[in-house]
Design a protein around this ligand. Sequence first.
Ligand code: COA
Length: 260
Amino acid sequence: MDYANITYEAADRIAVITLNRPDKLNALNHDTLVELRDAITIAGESDAVDVVVITGAGEKAFVAGADIRELSAQDAVSGQRFALSGQDVFNRIELCPKPVIAAVNGFALGGGCELALSCHIRLASENAKFGQPEVNLGVIPGYGGTQRLARVIGPGRAAEMILTGDMVDANEASRIGLVNRVVPRGEVLAAAKEMAAKIVSKGQPAVRLSLQALRCVPQMGLREGLATEAALFGISCGTEDFKEGTAAFLEKRAPAFTGK
Ligand code: COA
């Protein structure tokens, strides 16, 4: 794929999207967001891809936020459009039918933290730092930060991060549930690929239906969510991979999933 601000590589059923403006700490300008939107759409639709990993180029930053030069030119009307267009890209990531893993390799600030929050799983390098520093610029998070951060770490902790603009380091991010796991510096992409490969080895209809059920959590009450889970469970029981997975267990052999 021919992009100027990101790279897209697919191999072994894993697509890796790398934000690639390391001299600007991978800050999200308009062109980068357009490319990211395109890449996540392609990964979501590609028959050759089961899992997506998003990371940043270089060792310093995952993404240091929205591009502050572009941000500084917004007014009350264009600012709303600015936020909505970023939200649209991150909604597409959250709604990707395939698991998306953030491999956070450094600063994840503002839009970078919001990008990580739109992914389904977050792994962090030990040098990663998370923050919503928008108040330092006199603006509020606009790419989903006020909504997703509160859902992931709770409203009190989200309020502290958003209202003080303070960063949290990788270990603190792990402690408060902002990331799943911290790995040594330089190893986060490999760890994300390893996790992705494990997911690739499973029955993909079950993976995608699980994701669909998990996605209901912030939208539904418990009863409605359980009813949805039961309906999706039923669908998974109708797949060839379900027949294969259960037969393989009973025959004491490894399953040979086909993704059907
Ligand atoms: N938008 C545009 N450019 C950015 C950027 C952003 N969000 N974050 C970093 N950059 C650019 C810097 O302007 C600098 O470019 P230059 O070399 O052309 O001057 C380059 O990336 C390196 O950043 P620099 O600030 O020199 O690195 P640092 O190690 O001193 O500081 C940070 C790192 C992350 C603490 C600092 O860059 C920062 O605070 N960035 C903004 C974070 C932010 O507020 N994000 C939310 C935006 S809504």
